[in-house]
Design a binder for this molecule. Structure first.
Ligand code: MG
Length: 350
């Protein structure tokens, strides 16, 4: 195999884990190129690694088995609103939900620990995982534990994998002209809460991570407005901007966003300004971007707002023919093209 990424001696950079263009290039040019073209073909594979969706889908009878996996390296491991345990359950449950698999058949949990890690912290993380599993109705069914030597790892890494079944497979590439874009609540709380904790920034008001399992919220939409949802993605690393760019380019439409319609709390606005970071580029862990048919948008909004996790849902945009693959921001004073982030501005955010 020939080198495809860099000259000999090149090294991985933090940006390549940042959820933006740099990470996508690494994944596309290395992993996807090889895995997606392997001759071991599964004829029932509906969504594979090449789709770079939230997970994979395998057709089984009249349903799809959805599989997803995620590793968690967040720093600090305890932050306002959650910890690495809650995050590792919710992140995987949400990736399943984004593909329509709102009933979780099982999760795996693989924990890698550094020698010397405090056992009371480990117990707190475990309790938090149990609580998140209960909230999501998602059982951990198997796992693995490894310990590495001191300084061979920074504390703890948790990998979870999830499997679910769905009759309504939702992709991130299904947007059509005229579809509306809904965000299920106020943005950027996870990334900025973690960053504020990491840098010990004192803040006025309440800035806590939004980390939460979205499967019940999504299930209520899919059941209450059948056929309304055309695409879905959770705006994690790279934030709303990265997720919208991905949805737009995969769907071949432009997305026109009304900036004033995006729910942003005063605390997020303040910390974003302090750190010089646009909330549109910051990770969420309890929000979804949902593409819906225009005639069903009000109904979906009503369903979302009736759910505790969707109270601040808002219609923020429309799919347009202009600038396919691009995101256009209507600021109220004019329109500008929103740049796709190179990577999440905040490393180790999930
Ligand atoms: Mg996702």
């Amino acid at each position: 195999m020939t080198a495809i990424l860099t000259a000999p001696g090149g090294r991985v950079t933090l940006k390549q884990g940042g959820g933006g263009r740099a990470m996508r290039t690494l994944i596309e040019k290395l992993f996807v190129r090889d895995f997606a073209t392997m001759p071991l073909h599964n004829p029932n594979l509906s969504v594979g690694v090449g789709a770079m969706d939230d997970g994979a889908a395998i057709r089984i009878g009249d349903e799809w088995l959805v599989i997803t996996t995620d590793s968690h390296v967040i720093h600090p491991i305890f932050f306002p609103g959650g910890d690495i345990g809650r995050l590792s359950i919710c992140g995987t449950v949400n990736d399943l939900a984004m593909m329509g698999a709102t009933t979780v058949l099982g999760l795996t949990c693989s924990v890698i620990l550094e020698e010397g890690f405090a056992l009371d912290s480990l117990e707190a993380i475990q309790r938090s995982m149990i609580a998140a599993c209960r909230e999501a109705g998602a059982p951990v069914v198997t796992g693995d534990t490894k310990v590495m030597g001191k300084r061979e790892l920074d504390g703890i890494v948790i990998n979870t994998c999830g499997i679910g079944l769905t009759r309504t497979l939702v992709r991130d590439n299904g947007l059509s002209l005229g579809d509306r874009i809904i965000v299920t609540g106020s943005i950027a709380e996870h990334g900025l809460a973690v960053m504020a904790k990491r840098h010990e920034i004192g803040i006025e008001g309440n800035l806590v991570s939004d980390v939460a399992p979205l499967n019940d919220l999504v299930a209520s939409v899919l059941a209450g407005a059948p056929g309304a949802v055309t695409a879905m993605k959770d705006p994690t690393r790279g934030g709303v901007s990265s997720a919208l760019h991905e949805m737009a380019s995969k769907s071949g439409v432009g997305i026109l966003i009304d900036e004033r319609a995006i729910p942003v709390t005063a605390a997020v606005r303040a910390v974003g300004e302090l750190l010089g970071i646009d909330p549109l580029h910051v990770a969420n862990e309890g929000k979804a971007l949902i593409g819906v048919r225009a005639d069903a948008a009000d109904r979906v909004l009503e369903i979302l707002r009736a759910h505790p996790l969707g109270r601040h849902a808002a219609i923020i945009g429309t799919c347009v023919a202009e600038r396919p693959g691009g995101v256009i921001l209507n600021t109220g004073f004019g329109k500008r093209l929103l740049a796709e982030p190179e990577g999440e501005p905040l490393p180790r955010i999930c």
